[in-house]
Design a protein. Structure first.
Length: 196
């Protein structure tokens, strides 16, 4: 899957007086807002995909376990998982002792790798990758779903000079990729629910 965050390769019109800062903010508005709007719409509707997901019965009351520093607020992945569980009929427990299952995020990683530049050296393409390892365990220690990996990659292309826009574009891309990872996790849980 490839998404481009960049201006067209056409040359700037002669005599244009648009400063670099203004062009940068215009680029952010053009590239960032559509992605953020899509994310808001997705989270607002509870990630409903093809109707309700048929979760395993054991996940009726689920505790989401994410390794994060003590006192740190929930991250966007944790909130997205919570929204999806609630939207699909599950209760989210705040205490693992009250849960019938634990959805554990074992590991999550984001990486950025330069894969190409154009001949002039003024445009680059990076591959962003987001990986999440997760599993589902029951209170008695039984593993309902062994550790499984969900990952997504996306290419973004932008001008080398657009430093501010590049950071904005990467943030938007990672949030959209996070949604895709959550969707992959719940497709896997749905398959587990149907098989059980």
């Amino acid at each position: 899957m490839s998404t481009k965050y960049g201006r067209s390769k056409g040359k700037r019109a002669a005599g244009s007086s648009c400063p670099d800062g203004a062009r940068g903010w215009r680029a952010i508005l053009a590239w960032g807002l559509p992605g953020l709007l899509a994310l808001v719409l997705v989270t607002g509707c509870g990630f409903r995909l093809r109707g309700q997901t048929e979760l395993p019965p054991a996940m009726h009351i689920t505790y989401i376990k994410v390794n994060r520093p003590a006192g740190a607020p929930p991250g966007t992945l944790e909130r997205a998982l919570e929204n999806f569980l609630k939207a699909n009929g599950a209760e989210v427990a705040t205490d693992p002792k009250q849960a019938t299952a634990v959805l554990e995020i074992v590991n999550q990683e984001k990486s950025n790798r330069l894969v190409a530049t154009n001949r002039q050296g003024n445009t680059r393409t990076d591959t962003l990758t987001y990986v999440v390892d997760y599993r589902v365990v029951l209170p008695d220690g039984k593993v309902l779903l062994p550790q499984t990996r969900a990952s997504v990659s996306r290419d973004i292309t932008y001008p080398e000079s657009a430093v501010l826009s590049r950071g904005q574009g990467e943030n938007v891309a990672y949030r959209q990729m996070e949604y895709e990872v959550v969707r992959a996790i719940f497709y896997r849980l749905e398959a587990l629910g149907r098989s059980g």
